[in-house]
Design a protein around this ligand. Structure first.
Ligand SMILES: [Zn+2]
Length: 282
């Protein structure tokens, strides 16, 4: 320890006291609001330094600002992830909060998937929403995408038609790199499995997309208008090797209670007719 007299000799500059400060008996600056020091005394290589420091209330303010800054950064990241991961802006409105209550059971399962995301991720397990056109499969998958994006998980949601268009325009050498680039996303959601029925090129590319995910041990969510029977018992080997991988890693969930799209369209039409003062009959 160094005696006070030595310290006093080594203090070079007198401190300027601010309005909310006072000098304690130990000759250090204190905060008059919280009564804790705003200056500390250090000895470095035999010299005494008395740098400024944060008092308790300044420290609390600082921590609060840091928390707010980190939260803003997190929200920025979520918003960037959302605009990249959901290239179709319509998908950004597919949220559990906006759900109109169709497909209650399936929605419950979708929420469970989000709640247990880490477990599904570690087992590379995903979901397969299957059922007729317009039943709301994409909507449910979109809800999962948005909920995970809100948690800071990067998700990519696209559809096979869009992927195939992209791949068609590419040199074959670039295709694998493009397909593998999706492995940067912990979750890949792809709408409309079944498009591969149309051509051999499509079957080959869809296989590569599914297989890349499969080999990388990463989960995917797939939607399809195909029936579970068609998936389990396909017409040819090319499709069997695609569907086998999907069924091995994706829990099938049937979505076919009602044609939600037609139901909503009918409600909109009747609402519009009311606005016009009733139905017009010929
Ligand atoms: Zn203070």
């Amino acid at each position: 320890m160094i005696s006070i007299s030595t310290q006093m000799e080594q203090i070079l500059q007198p401190v300027q006291l601010r309005e909310d400060e006072y000098l304690e008996e130990n000759k250090l600056v204190y905060c008059s609001k919280c009564g804790t020091p705003r200056q500390k005394r250090l000895e470095v290589l035999g010299k005494i330094y008395e740098p400024r420091c944060r008092c308790a209330c300044q420290q609390a303010d600082y921590e609060q600002q840091e928390l707010e800054r980190k939260h803003r950064e997190f929200l920025d990241l979520v918003s960037r992830n959302r605009s990249v991961g959901l290239p179709d802006p319509e998908l950004r409105r597919h949220t559990f909060e906006n759900d109109l209550g169709y497909n209650r059971e399936q929605m419950k399962k979708a929420k469970q998937f989000v709640a247990n995301w880490e477990a599904f991720r570690s087992k590379a397990m995903g979901l397969l929403f299957w059922g007729y056109v317009g039943t709301g499969k994409s909507y449910i998958a979109g809800c999962i995408a948005n909920a995970l994006l809100d948690k800071g998980v990067p998700v990519m949601m696209t559809n096979f038609a869009r992927l195939l268009n992209k791949l068609t325009d590419m040199y074959s050498g670039d295709r694998n790199a493009y397909i593998d680039s999706f492995n940067a996303y912990p979750l890949l959601i792809i709408d409309d499995l079944g498009i591969e029925r149309n051509s051999e090129f499509a079957r080959e590319q869809v296989f590569h997309i599914i297989d890349s995910r499969y080999r990388s041990q990463l989960p995917m969510i797939v939607t399809t208008n195909l029936t579970l029977k068609e998936l389990k018992d396909p017409e040819d080997l090319a499709r069997a090797r695609i569907y086998d991988r999907v069924l091995e890693r994706c829990v099938p969930i049937l979505v076919n209670d009602q044609n939600v799209r037609k139901l909503i369209a009918a409600q909109n039409i009747s609402m519009a007719q009311k606005l016009l003062g009733g139905e017009v009959t010929a």
